[in-house]
Write a protein that binds this ligand. Structure first.
Ligand code: LLP
Length: 435
């Protein structure tokens, strides 16, 4: 995976830095990003589209998967755009000096303040989720005497096979406007007469951690069918089609391998074909990967503590993190793999459960995994934890959020320092009468 390797002495190395040295210097739990893998993932998207699609395209990184100023700098260098879903994400991207024109705003309940923040910073555009938002944005743009590009978020009515909590395309979803109920068409009509909102395209996102690439082909058809309807009834054409994100990653050996190139080639071909067949100018394609950019680039390192055999076939090894730094197993039944980073050359000999340290029976990071006989003090590495771990991290049991480092060519650099107890009480106020 990535630039991970095992040294002669049996230690895991990421970006040519020994895991033991990393935890020695930065402590555990530690989230380690492999710069090479990050850049490889970003490049794969950009290059494949450049090579397989003859029209224009944009690759948006979905900030929600993991936001960091260093990451934004890297993504800018790799020609990616970014999408944000909140004032907070927008702020971080701007703080990284990410070019504001390359930032687009998503979200199902953007506040007026967030819309204004986007307009004032002259971001590239907004994905409009609903009618009221269109009104608010139009008013704000008029007041600020500015214009902006907008696209409409559709509910395509597709149910991709993924966990219920991360399905988004179905018609009762809270995101976007429906096609069948005429909602989307009304919104288009409304926007087409706006003097300050420049409607350029359609967007749809069908869910996350998706392995079925065919779902995206269905999506392209649905979007073209809808465009036909709009062209026929309103005489309008769109120049951009945003097919959302959602491509899955290999989180453990049991997951299917994911071929990003094939996925991009398939959609490029499909969009070209449909445009040709239906007599449209080749639209600009947009995609919005989050997980498949950062997921495989992140590895979490933990220190093994309590080891407890509770029955003949159940043994727990507890680590010094868990659902506070990675809630995904508890929340989505996400399954990860793991190995001992300081003894990476040893064969697995027993099946164990990896338990977190937090006060919930459900805080089990990995239900069953084969490992060498682990001992207190060993380092456990959990790969493919770069996406939706840190952004969903919390302070349950007053846990401090982990430190994050980026590694490359034998060098490690801190990109987010570990939270401290001081950080945790900083916003805690004792009013005078309670002192
Ligand atoms: N575009 C839109 C409009 C989205 O809502 C999302 C993710 C993405 C793009 C990026 O999807 P990705 O390529 O990362 O799958 N917390 C959950 C995932 C929630 C995804 C939310 N939307 C998890 O940990 O699995």
């Amino acid at each position: 995976l990535g630039t991970m390797s095992v040294s002669e002495s049996g230690s895991l190395e990421i970006g040519e830095v020994k895991a033991e040295d990393l935890v020695e210097e930065y402590g555990t739990p530690l989230l380690v990003f492999d710069e090479k893998e990050l850049r490889k993932n970003a490049r794969l998207y950009y290059r494949t589209l450049a090579e397989s699609y003859s029209g224009q395209f944009k690759v948006f990184y979905a900030s929600k998967a993991f936001a960091s100023r260093t990451l934004y700098r890297i993504l800018d260098q790799e020609n990616l755009h970014v999408e944000v879903v909140s004032g907070g994400e927008l702020n971080r991207a701007l703080q990284a000096e990410f070019p504001s024109r390359k930032i687009f705003f998503h979200g199902n309940n953007k506040s007026r303040e967030e819309l204004v923040m986007g307009l004032e910073n002259e971001i590239g555009g907004f994905f409009i989720d609903n009618h009221e938002e269109a009104e608010m944005l139009e008013k704000a743009a008029e007041e600020l005497n500015t214009q902006t590009e907008v696209m409409i978020r559709l509910k395509p009515g597709i149910e991709a096979h993924t966990h219920e909590y991360i399905m988004t395309g179905q018609s009762d979803s809270k995101f976007g406007v429906g096609i069948k109920d005429g909602d989307a068409r009304q919104l288009i009509e409304r926007l087409s007469s706006s003097a300050v909102l420049n409607l350029t395209g359609l967007h749809a996102h069908i869910g996350s951690q998706i392995y079925e690439q065919e779902a995206y082909l269905r999506l392209v058809e649905i979007m073209f069918d809808f465009m036909d309807e709009i062209k026929r009834d309103l005489g309008l054409e769109f120049s951009s089609l945003n097919l959302g994100g959602g491509l899955g990653i290999q989180q453990n050996e049991e997951n299917p391998e994911v071929d990003v190139e094939r996925y991009l080639e398939l959609i490029s071909e499909k969009v070209s074909e449909e445009a040709d067949k239906r007599n449209y100018r080749l639209p600009e394609i947009m995609v919005e990967p989050g997980r498949s950019i950062v997921g495989t680039a992140g590895t979490t390192l933990y220190r093994v503590g309590t080891i407890k055999r509770v029955s003949e076939n159940k043994k727990y090894i507890a680590v010094d993190g868990g659902m506070a730094d990675n809630i995904r197993p508890a929340l989505y039944d996400a399954e990860y793999s793991a190995f001992l980073a300081n003894r990476a050359d040893e064969e697995p000999i027993e099946s164990v459960s990896v338990a977190g340290k937090f006060c919930e029976s459900g805080d089990i990071l990995i239900d069953e995994i084969d490992l060498p006989r682990a001992e207190r003090g060993d380092i456990l590495a959990v790969p493919a934890t770069g996406a939706y771990t840190y952004p969903l991290a919390n302070n349950y049991n007053e846990a401090c959020r982990p430190a994050i480092v980026i590694v490359n060519q034998g060098k490690a650099r801190l990109i987010e320092r570990r939270e401290t107890y001081e950080d945790l009480v900083r916003r805690d106020i004792i009013p005078p009468e309670y002192r």
